[in-house]
Design a protein around this ligand. Sequence first.
Ligand SMILES: [Zn+2]
Length: 197
Amino acid sequence: MRTSRGLFVGSGTLLFTHLHKDHYDATRERLYLERHPETGLWGPELNARGITDYEEVGDTCRFNCGDFAVTAYSTRHSGTEGEACSHYSFLVRGRLTGETFFISGDAVFDPALADEVKKDTAGSTNGTMAFVTAYQLIEQPSRDFLTRLAPARLILIHQPQEDDPASRIVGGLMEFARKYPPSGIRIEEPAPMNWIT
Ligand SMILES: [Zn+2]
């Protein structure tokens, strides 16, 4: 983000699930938007920009940004910090391509939400690609959610950094998740994205 490399080469819309510092940095956001003023933005407690057709139904927000339609579901952050954190998970649909992507953030899922998300993925041309964390692959409510959602692909994100004291714990969770994936779907692990800075 700082160097506009990788995912940040082009400009589109920046979506933030929540504002914890391992997901969001206000200075980088400001500098990026100065360099790419046409970029849209949406996240809890942020001043949205570059989005259209915004509507709220209950806790769910829907809007368009460029060629994508976004549904933002209000979800609970995992762990004890969940209460204090405004957190959303996203379904992103290509308006022209029909591809759907589910971005979980750090949510612990209520399995009942899967039915709502499934409705929104109807007609998906790629069967939905879901980005999930190791925690979501081992916590039973989140596993039940993923089983009901039945995405075509599960991509593991939020891999531990080598200098992270929790990396051995997360490594153990990942080992379990690889052996016992929910819905029997093989988990895909991209190379650690340490270069996203
Ligand atoms: Zn977090």
